[in-house]
Design a protein around this ligand. Structure first.
Ligand SMILES: Cc1ncc(C[n+]2csc(CCOP(=O)(O)OP(=O)(O)O)c2C)c(N)n1
Ligand code: SF4
Ligand SMILES: [Mg+2]
Length: 303
């Protein structure tokens, strides 16, 4: 493997084949030449990169608890500032603090500590890799799991079509903290992710990236398919690529003719029950939701 590509995270990790996490981590960290300190909240990334007694990390790394990625980043930011005040770190040595956390550790259990760190204005980049469920513990629903998905705790069956609730709008929650920069990205569009990571890493204060990460285990697809499925998420407007910068929204990818949501759903086992009789109502509801969310986003760009 290319040495440049693995200068932060070595190939010796144990994510599943067809997992989008390593590409996200490498693309984000490669977007800066500065030193980085990585915080990783409990979840697939942390578990698969730190199999005792080994570590795949080639940079300073802290494993935080599930609920406190934001607080850990805040503590490191505070420590770096204190060390600089005492001239223990040369002024020209730039150090970036980067948190990687899953959707469970961000939308749900770590939300309060992320909120506190954003509101206090700490200098860090928070990257949520979003596989839309609690994967490290076997695939339970999270606040990020889409409506209609079959998970361990929202099983589809005779009396259930999967998750009944809509996904949380985390981007709006984060943006409501008046931070300078937040962006939604997708591992299937790496040049776009690299651009957003570079921009975020060059800014100061709290910055946020929400990155869609297909998971072969939960989404149930052949391991070679993750880029195609990731692309379909954006081509159907299920997962728009956009940025928020100093109060201005910008859509980074759009098409006049988005594909119907079925194109995305039919690639994955977690939605296969929706293609049985009766599932069409749920698909129609999902399409309505996607269309409404897209309209809302377009209106934000235009104001
Ligand atoms: C307070 C607390 N509750 C539950 C757990 C068990 N737990 C560890 S990882 C995990 C799932 C993580 O899900 P997510 O943040 O989406 O990351 P992923 O595993 O999908 O990468 C859970 C439930 C824990 N470690 N701490
Ligand atoms: S369970 Fe999903 S998120 Fe976890 S390592 Fe496997 S593919 Fe990646
Ligand atoms: Mg997850």
């Amino acid at each position: 493997m290319n040495k440049e590509l693995t200068k932060h995270l070595a190939p010796g990790h144990s994510t599943c084949a067809g997992c989008g996490i390593p590409a996200i981590v490498r693309t984000v960290l490669d977007a800066t030449d500065d030193l980085v300190v990585v915080v990783s909240v409990t979840g697939c990334l942390e578990v698969t990169s730190t199999l005792y007694p080994y570590s795949a990390w080639k940079v300073p790394f802290i494993h935080s608890a599930f609920e406190n990625g934001g607080a850990t980043a805040a503590g490191i930011d505070g420590a770096l500032k204190a060390l600089r005040k005492r001239n223990k770190i040369p002024a020209e040595k730039k150090i970036k603090v980067v948190v990687f956390a899953g959707d469970g550790g961000t939308y749900d259990i770590g939300l309060q500590s992320l909120s506190g760190a954003l509101e206090r204005g700490h200098d860090f980049l928070y990257v949520c890799y979003d596989n839309e469920a609690y994967m490290n513990t076997g695939g339970q629903r999270s606040g990020a799991t889409p409506f209609g998905a079959d998970t361990e705790t929202t099983p589809a069956g005779k009396k259930s079509f999967g998750k009944k609730e809509k996904r949380k709008d985390l981007m709006s929650i984060v943006i409501a903290h008046h931070i300078k920069y937040a962006a939604q990205a997708n591992v299937a569009y790496l040049p776009d992710l690299a651009k957003k990571a570079k921009k975020a890493l060059e800014l100061e204060g709290p910055r946020f990236l929400l990155v869609l990460q297909p998971c072969t285990n939960l989404w149930k697809y052949a391991t070679s398919e993750y880029v195609r499925i990731g692309k379909l998420a954006t081509e159907t407007n299920f997962w728009p690529l956009y940025e928020y910068e100093n109060g201005v929204y910008k859509i980074n990818w759009a098409t006049e003719k988005p594909k119907p949501i079925e194109e995305f759903l039919k690639t994955q086992g977690r939605f296969k029950h929706l293609f049985r009789p009766g599932g069409e109502k749920v698909i129609a509801e999902m399409q309505k939701e996607v269309d409404e969310d897209w309209k809302r986003l377009v209106n934000l760009v235009e104001v």
